[in-house]
Write a protein of this length. Structure first.
Length: 508
């Protein structure tokens, strides 16, 4: 790993740089120049605060890449990275002093970022620098490019000083207490309290307080310190709901009281010696606890995951059942030709034109017979509904042809449609057989502007568009047009009911 928070010289002066790992072109595209305007903060041992401001950006060749990268730099600050100290097992006492300074800084200044990663600490002077949060984030990401895959950013969370040590769902004071407890756990046990490498599962572990109690992770740790750590990193739900004494998340003052001032007792002072039998007993207890905890957590999460799936499946089944029931009910309520004689089927079919009952027409035919007629009636039905909606009227604009004729056949503002003068006779077959043929003559009336429905079967009549319908805002009375036809009709029995199987149409 190549370090991206670096000390170097700019024009002969010492500087602190944050290497973005980006070329000049990528840097410009990412619009990271705005990071120069963000301030960091230096906290002194006496609580004095001093802003730290980036100065500029420079293109610099480093050891990490063959090509130069863009580095945002500012005034130098002599210090060590907190996250590096936490990883160095040989310097536990120095890391403990760094934690004492970090806790003091968090108490002195509100709103400091909780991340220990990238924080610089000068142990000899007791000063600590919190660089701009987004600037640190960019540099850490550049240090660990494989931990931030573009296709799967939910995997490989920041480790040893980043996401495993913070709980951003908490308020500021509780968030700082959580991180202090997690860092102390890391220092005294040598392991992370939440080691999951999957980012989503890591956050879930933190939220639910899924960790090995520190007394089992750090055998021999004194009870008061162990209790403080466990309370600090407990489940957010438990900490928020349990207000009993000793159960709420601790304040930073409690950490200062136990840890003492900088350069005081070292890490070993928090432990008491254990013989081999005690060590073996704690190790066995830790293994059993971890096994039981894993089973409990995995079982709970399995149930939660599958509960959602089961709920979804039940919802799908319910919806499917409702759809099937709706289809069954709809089909049961659809018109049929059951009980009709062949002549009744013909009368019903042609009578349905004027009332725009395409479902009744469909019930009278078999397969594709009358397809053009049914499409024509369907189009007129839809057009009539659209026009009624446009005119905010529930009254149909179409009048059946027979009704118009009975009323005197005068010019009308309504659209006349339907069949009149229907006459038909049987050509061959009878009611006792399975096929029968008829010849029918009639006049098909359509509104004057609709054109002529011609062809072997009437072609679909295209009604006016919505714009054309607008032109009818103040229509003038007009006569419809009538077209005489003769149809050769074949009916067959389908499951015992007469249905029209074929219509051969000619224009008279």
């Amino acid at each position: 790993m190549a370090e991206r928070i670096i000390h170097f010289e700019v024009e002969g002066k010492a500087a602190l740089g944050f290497d973005t790992g980006l070329s000049s072109q990528a840097f410009a595209q990412a619009k990271l120049a705005q990071f120069i305007t963000q301030e960091g903060l230096i906290v002194y041992p006496d609580g004095k605060l001093e802003p730290w401001q980036p100065s500029a950006v420079i293109e610099r060749s480093g050891a990490a890449e063959d090509t130069p990268t863009m580095v945002i730099w500012g005034p130098d600050f002599k210090g060590e990275r907190f996250d590096f100290l936490l990883k160095d097992e040989a310097r536990r006492d120095d890391a403990l002093d760094a934690l004492r300074l970090w806790i003091g800084a968090q108490s002195a200044a509100k709103g400091l970022p909780p991340w220990p990663a990238g924080v610089l600490i000068n142990l000899s002077e007791g000063t600590i620098l919190f660089p701009p949060d987004r600037l640190v984030t960019r540099s850490i990401q550049a240090e660990h490019p494989t931990q931030f895959p573009p296709e799967d950013s939910g995997k490989d969370a920041w480790f040893d000083g980043a996401e495993s040590l913070v709980n951003t769902e908490l308020a500021e004071e509780e968030e700082a207490a959580f991180t202090a407890g997690a860092i102390l756990y890391r220092l005294l046990s040598g392991t992370l309290p939440f080691p999951n490498r999957d980012q989503d599962l890591l956050h879930q572990d933190i939220r639910e307080g899924v960790f090995l109690p520190v007394r089992l992770a750090a055998p021999g740790l004194d009870e008061k310190t162990a209790a403080l750590i466990d309370r600090a990193i407990a489940s957010s739900k438990n900490a928020a709901s349990n207000k009993a004494p000793g159960k709420t998340r601790p304040a930073l003052d409690e950490f200062r009281e136990i840890l003492g001032p900088i350069h005081s007792q070292g890490a070993d002072a928090f432990f008491h010696p254990l013989d081999e039998a005690e060590q073996a007993k704690i190790a066995e207890e830790g293994a059993q606890f971890q096994k039981k905890k894993d089973l409990t957590v995995n079982a709970r999460r399995f149930v939660i995951r599958n509960a959602a799936i089961i709920t979804a499946i039940c919802a799908i089944v319910l919806i499917a059942g409702l759809i099937v029931r709706s289809v069954v009910v709809s089909n049961a309520n659809l018109p049929t030709t059951a009980g009709m004689e062949s002549a009744e089927v013909i009368e019903t079919y042609y009578g349905a034109f004027g009332v725009l009952d395409h479902t009744l027409m469909d019930a009278c035919v078999f397969k594709k017979a009358g397809k053009g007629d049914i499409e024509m009636v369907t189009n007129l039905f839809v057009m009539d509904k659209v026009r009624s909606a446009y005119e905010t009227s529930m009254v149909s604009n179409i009048i059946p042809a027979e009704k118009w004729l009975e009323s005197g056949a005068e010019p009308t503002v309504l659209q006349v449609f339907g069949v009149s003068d229907l006459n038909f006779s049987r050509i061959s077959g009878d009611e006792s057989g399975d096929e029968i043929h008829y010849r029918a003559s009639y006049i098909l009336w359509v509104p004057a502007g609709f054109g002529s429905p011609t062809g072997a079967e009437a072609e679909s009549v295209e009604g006016p568009s919505l714009d054309e319908a607008n032109a009818y805002a103040e229509p003038a009375p007009i006569l419809p047009k009538g077209y005489p036809y003769t149809d050769e009709i074949t009916l067959i029995r389908v499951k015992g009911n007469w249905r029209i199987a074929e219509i051969n149409r000619t224009v008279n």
